[in-house]
Design a protein around this ligand. Structure first.
Ligand code: CA
Length: 236
């Protein structure tokens, strides 16, 4: 999952990004409002952490524009402890949660987990799809109740595909949600991650179908007892 932090205090932004990266998120930082607005126009993120006191364009205006465009990504606003008014305005403008500075990183992380899993449509930290389970808090996945040995990248990839199970996810979307800016990730590299993850899912009736020219789709395999069925035909 890819989080955008909009925060002009470098110490706070650095601390936040370190702790979120350690928790397995891809994180990018912007330090002023116009830049935040441009970044949000250019791609979608899984979560925006938005300081309301940003230079050039206020956080509230960034949020207003984002929601005016119909973007539904979760937004956690950061406010000064005494600014009840801006907190209320932020929530009214479509923020999903807020933290008043200063705050404990552990609480922020818990709120980030809650917001991202709500966006996944899950009200618990474990998302399931057939025999597959992904524990967002513990960052572990299992298949048929057996733990899967996944790299951080594979775990991230699985999360994105699981979030959109049954729907096609393009390579561009995978890059947007998996990778930080400046990371050189080629389409070939994405294919390699998908290939590895696909191998690790072979034990269950879950497959990652390649939809030529469009991307990938995580789905329950059609009846494995029918070797001539579409599952066999679609396998590369
Ligand atoms: Ca600020």
């Amino acid at each position: 999952m890819h989080i955008l932090i909009a925060e002009d205090d470098p110490v706070l932004a650095d601390g936040l990004s370190r702790s979120l990266r350690a928790a397995g998120y891809a994180v990018d930082i912007v330090t002023e409002g116009e830049q935040t607005d441009s970044a949000l126009l250019a791609q979608s993120f899984d979560l925006l952490i938005l300081d309301l006191g940003l230079p050039r364009l206020s956080g509230l205006e960034v949020l207003r524009r984002l929601r005016a465009r119909g973007a539904k990504m979760p937004v956690l606003i950061l406010t000064a402890a005494d600014s009840v008014d801006s907190r209320v305005r932020g929530l009214d403008l479509g923020a999903d949660d807020y933290m008043a500075k200063p705050f404990a990183l552990s609480e922020l992380e818990a709120r980030v987990r809650a917001l991202t899993r709500r966006a996944l449509g899950a009200n618990q930290s474990v998302i399931r799809h057939g025999p597959l389970a992904l524990d967002l808090a513990g960052r572990v996945a299992s298949l048929n109740e057996q733990p899967l040995d996944l790299s951080a990248r594979e775990l991230g990839l699985l999360g994105i595909l699981l979030q959109r199970a049954g729907r096609v996810v393009s390579k561009e979307q995978l890059v947007d949600h998996l990778c930080e800016w400046g990371e050189e990730v080629s389409n070939n590299a994405i294919e390699v991650y998908v290939h590895r993850l696909r191998k690790k899912l072979e034990a269950g009736d879950i497959r990652i179908a390649t939809i030529r020219g469009l991307g990938y789709c995580l789905e329950r395999a059609p009846d494995a007892a029918d070797p001539a069925g579409p599952a066999a035909a679609a396998r590369p």
